[in-house]
Design a protein around this ligand. Sequence first.
Ligand code: NAD
Ligand code: NRN
Length: 476
Amino acid sequence: MNAVAKPHAVPDYKVHDIALAAVGRKRIRMAEEEMPGLMQIRAKYAPLQPLKGVRLSGSLHMTKETAVLIETLSALGATVRWASCNIFSTQDDAAAAIAASGVPVFAWKGESLEEYWDCTLNMLTHEGMTGPQLIVDDGGDATLLIHKGLDMENGDTWVDQPGANHEEQVVKDLLKRTRSERPGFWTNVAKDWRGVSEETTTGVHRLYQMMEAGKLLVPAINVNDSVTKSKFDNLYGCRESLADGIKRATDLMIAGKVALVCGYGDVGKGCAHSLKSFGARVIVTEIDPINALQAAMEGYEVKTTEDVLHEADIFVTTTGNRDVITFEHMQGMKNNALVCNIGHFDNEIQMDRLNAAKDVSKENIKPQVDRYTFASGRSIYILAEGRLVNLGCAHGHPAFVMSNSFSNQTLAQIDLWTNKDNYEKTVYRLPKQLDEEVARLHLEQIGVKLTVLTAEQSAYLGIPVQGPYKPEHYRY
Ligand code: NAD
Ligand code: NRN
């Protein structure tokens, strides 16, 4: 009797090209050399296996730096599944290396929105159709899907109403598909889910909105507002990766240009500094009087977008808000103006209105670089279809600054699991001592030598004699 060929098991990953794994592994190894904090945390905690057997899902840009985070979480004992949180930010070689290592990953650069949300569902679906116990989220899409899925199974009719836009309709269609294909799935997912740590400002904003509405299903840790995350990643990371994105996309000379930076928060500060250092004349827009005053103190003009349409060559949105650059703004811009966004979502720039406009033509120059021409004959360039320019057109922040962010992520995951039975369904932050510990882990590699207080000085300042922090259970 012929042996029955074992059906090819469908691989539990989906990446652009698994053959890229070898080069991906080399680049992950380079990133490890630049991530001293994360690698020391891995070395310190791996023997303790604090995440042993925990089902962990991550929705965060699948880059070589994230690969180091994934392998750290795995080294601490977690069973990890991963997807990117953005359709353009995956580094295909890093994704391939992670898939080849046996960690299920569902991510490739240039996903459609339908593919993106399918990847998110796959990332959340562990062995035996179970859900994750912990989530690492960046922007809140994984958190949103579970909340909306549970609402649907509890009788809420949101999924049956028309979507406000294409992406919302994609989410509704996916949830309706799970309603018929996997009844009760989201109820079980919500039952096992014990916590989420959130990477970025916009995701944190969404968590606080859910907490205030009394809808947050699990304890959450706001990683973004650790000082060693937002005052480093958001500021110094964007200071390097914005220019990287603009130049890889357009080869544009920044010197001598007029650049408008919308928003002067952590990201806006880094972006303004970067463009100024390249020789641009930087103008800032702001809604907040304190941040506006800061911009003015740094020597930037602070105006409105309307004031500068006739003179600005480069527009960068950094606000996390919506409709910051409107269709009317784009219609009024100089010929060949460059428009890009480095905030989380693509609604900072009114891309839906631009793409729906009848008298506007679109020409694709190369992936993530499009030229739109208006009835006036004037054209503008849009990068990454209005999505994160640094991750869509370049490789995001360098590894050293991501080591700070991901050290916080790893400590947050350990904390969530350690305290899963006594944390409330609210949003926590990591304590200052851990923030200092993360900073401390990065000093030696860049040659920093701290001054140590004498006992008399410590007493004089009323602070404990300094020394490495021993993580305790803590809450904020
Ligand atoms: P932030 O809150 O520190 O800064 C946002 C600033 O925008 C604030 O000062 C606010 O007053 C201002 N603002 C809001 N609406 C505005 C408007 N209509 N016009 C002008 N200014 C306006 O936030 P942040 O940490 O700087 O993050 C900003 C965005 O960037 C978020 O979406 C965050 O998730 C994202 N982010 C992206 C990256 C990346 O690598 N691309 C890194 C970190 C954060
Ligand atoms: N290289 C990167 N890998 C990277 N650069 C920026 N980010 C990255 N994530 C993985 C994210 C920052 O941490 C984008 C998020 O919005 C921000 O919080």
